[in-house]
Ligand binder design. Structure first.
Ligand code: SF4
Ligand code: SF4
Length: 387
């Protein structure tokens, strides 16, 4: 009988964004993974795909922390690689948005400190994806094709639609700007959308994945939750296996997370620790059983738990919905511009949503800069989601 292939996941304790401590942790992670040279050649152009969702301060824990990015970039540069930092944040993919996001998130300064390049190429290219299940080609930011290696550098956070956003979902940011909205419109149900996220990760081919789990986000992630110390740098040879470990750390059953479910169905990982070679510090040091996870926001997640006919009936009137808090709204129109099916309109400078046409993607909530959008769920839905 052939031996089960295991992927390495390294856990290194690091409890604050002190540059020297973080750099030391990143170096230990590389040792656990078998050394940089196993994955990166000297003079390789290496893309660090950070999570730079929107203009947020590092301490908000929405984006990959600049000290984390700096430490990783510095280790790679010292090794002899050329580092390029990129992401396609929410909103239109243009130079002015990129400038604003790099600056607000503290990335502009650290790139300058270590000599990493910031991506300002806003072209997109088509990439064939033979390993894709439903996306046989993706339209991605051009820099993805211009580099030799890609490293996913995600943030440990919850996510309203997908429950968790980790190494796999981080790669959705290689889809340029508002084209992300198209994916939501084309795949409004959770299962298709999570398969698309896995497809995009497969197409992006990250050689390594790092996760900034020093301070994560709990509650209403990915942008309106609360920072929570987790104290760990996670690194892996596989984004799929990294997500299994990261979800376990925050007290989630990995196979309840849509992207992990899809990876298990597709044979990319087992969804448990059987095919994982854990290295570094003991996982018990980091496990949090009271990490606040967002409530399930889609009846798709009830698939298989209740009869289909009942699910279809319930689907019509038990859907969660976005609720706009007009007192908090500053009228910036970001929700209008980020709504994939364009069902929000501004009336008297306040957003009004047509719920009949809303696909419940929650992009509006994700990108509202002042947390003026809540997600409301009927009580019965809350009870069903616990089944
Ligand atoms: S994104 Fe938020 S603040 Fe901006 S218009 Fe929409 S609800 Fe108002
Ligand atoms: S209103 Fe919000 S949740 Fe509904 S489709 Fe638009 S962005 Fe998605």
């Amino acid at each position: 009988m052939s031996k089960l292939k295991k992927e390495i996941v390294s856990l290194i304790e690091c409890r604050k964004y002190d540059y020297n401590l973080v750099k030391e942790s990143v170096e230990k992670s590389f040792e656990d993974l078998g050394g940089i040279g196993k994955f990166i050649k000297k003079r390789d152009k290496v893309l660090l795909k950070l999570n730079l969702l929107m203009k947020k301060k590092p301490e908000d824990a929405t984006t990959t922390h600049p000290i984390f990015a700096k430490a990783l970039a510095q280790v790679l540069i010292e090794y002899g690689a050329e580092v390029i930092i990129a992401d396609s944040p929410g909103g239109p993919f243009n130079t002015s948005l990129l400038k604003g996001v790099y600056k607000a998130c503290g990335i502009e300064k650290i790139a300058d400190d270590v000599g990493a390049k910031l991506n300002y190429n806003t072209n997109s290219v088509e990439i064939k994806n033979e390993g894709g299940l439903i996306l046989k080609r993706i339209t991605a930011i051009e820099v993805l094709k211009e580099v030799d290696k890609v490293i996913s550098v995600s943030k440990l956070k919850t996510h309203g639609m997908m429950m968790f956003t980790g190494a796999v979902k981080n790669m959705f940011g290689v889809v340029a700007g508002l084209e992300k909205a198209e994916y939501h419109v084309r795949m409004p149900n959770n299962k298709d959308f999570s398969n698309a996220l896995v497809d995009i990760c497969v197409a992006s081919k990250p050689v390594l994945s790092f996760m900034d789990g020093i301070v994560g986000m709990e509650g209403a992630g990915p942008s309106a939750g609360d920072p929570r110390e987790v104290g760990v740098v996670i690194a892996s040879t596989s984004p799929y296996h990294l997500d299994v470990v990261a979800t376990s750390i925050i007290g989630l059953e990995p196979t309840k997370v849509p992207t992990v479910q899809r990876c298990v169905e597709r044979g990319l990982c087992k969804g448990n620790f059987d095919d994982i070679d854990l290295k570094g510090d003991k996982i018990e040091k980091f496990i949090l059983n009271d990490f606040v996870i967002p409530e399930i926001r889609s009846l798709d997640l009830l698939d298989g738990k209740i009869p289909k006919f009942l699910r279809d009936i319930l689907n019509g009137f038990l859907q969660p919905k976005p609720v706009f808090i007009h007192e908090k709204c500053v009228g910036c129109r970001d929700c209008v511009n980020s709504c994939p099916p364009q069902v929000i309109e501004m009336i008297d400078y306040k957003p009004i949503v047509n719920l009949d046409e809303c696909i419940r993607c929650f992009c509006c909530q994700e990108l509202c800069p002042v947390e003026a959008i809540d997600i409301h769920r009927p009580l019965l839905m809350k009870l069903l989601s616990r089944l």
